[in-house]
Design a protein around this ligand. Structure first.
Ligand code: MN
Length: 264
């Protein structure tokens, strides 16, 4: 049944951070076409972990990208946030999209990874522009089958279109990379806590100068089943409502007693 709030075809902007050639965005766009009109605007190359960077000192080009002989979308020489901004503000000539869906990322975006994630930032940019948005990630860096995650993303996108999201809020979705039959359910979660075990490989270039290659490992310190990463580890799809207002209101009121104003 067509919900009354969805009067016409849903217009969906799809982006990602793995680049327009990544299998995850093709699986996602294919499924979302079953619920609406999809326009893909995505970085032309790998942009993972660029966070919410935008391009201000270089030109941004958008090149039509074809897959199997058919127009697939616009490959943007820029970041995920650039792609969504350009898509909403300029490329979607028929008007604003009803939804922005980012992904499907190859790799999890839970706990502290949310802050580094280009996948989440593409969705965040949609939210900044006032459009209900969600980010979807599949939690493996190995071999990936995006089909279940893509079907789930379409069902959730439909629900988000019906329900809407409050201003400044978006959904961060992580799908365990296990067979569909082993998925135990969908759990509403909060962002988990974690640290990164950062190490740098020290290598030598042909001129014998040292260079460094970051090798990180996410170290989840949470044990709470409501934490995003724990839900995923327990075989649940994790759905976390997040926002980008970084103000800590608790510390703000505590600092009223510090006498900061007397420092002037
Ligand atoms: Mn990525």
């Amino acid at each position: 049944m067509q919900p009354s709030s969805v009067k016409r075809n849903l217009r969906i902007l799809v982006s990602n951070d793995d680049g327009i050639t990544a299998p995850g965005i093709h699986a996602l766009a294919r499924e979302l076409r079953s619920i609406g009109e999809v326009t893909v605007v995505a970085p032309d190359k790998q942009q993972s972990a660029v966070g919410h960077a935008i391009t201000m000192n270089y030109p941004i080009r958008a090149i039509p990208f074809f897959a199997e002989g058919e127009f697939f979308g616009y490959a943007v020489e820029g970041t995920p946030a650039d792609a969504v901004k350009l898509g909403v503000r300029f490329l979607l000539k028929d008007g604003r999209p009803d939804l922005v869906v980012s992904g499907i990322n190859h790799g999890s975006n839970t706990a502290i990874n949310i802050i580094y994630s280009g996948t989440v930032s593409a969705a965040t940019e949609g939210t900044i522009l006032g459009i209900p948005s969600m980010a979807v990630s599949l939690t493996t860096y190995g071999e990936a089958d995006f089909s279940y995650a893509a079907r789930l993303a379409a069902r959730l996108a439909r629900l988000v279109a019906e329900k809407g999201l409050p201003p400044g809020r978006l959904l961060n979705v992580n799908v365990p990379a296990i067979p569909e039959a082993d998925i135990r359910g969908i759990r509403l979660t909060r962002q988990g806590s974690s640290t990164w075990d950062d190490t740098f490989d020290v290598r030598l270039d042909p001129a014998n100068r040292e260079y460094y290659w970051l090798k990180g490992r996410l170290n989840v310190t949470d044990i709470d089943p409501e934490a995003d990463q724990i839900a995923v580890q327990e075989g649940y799809v994790s759905v976390t409502p997040i926002h980008y207002d970084l103000t800590d209101r608790g510390l703000l009121s505590e600092m009223e007693t510090w006498g900061v104003d007397r420092l002037r």
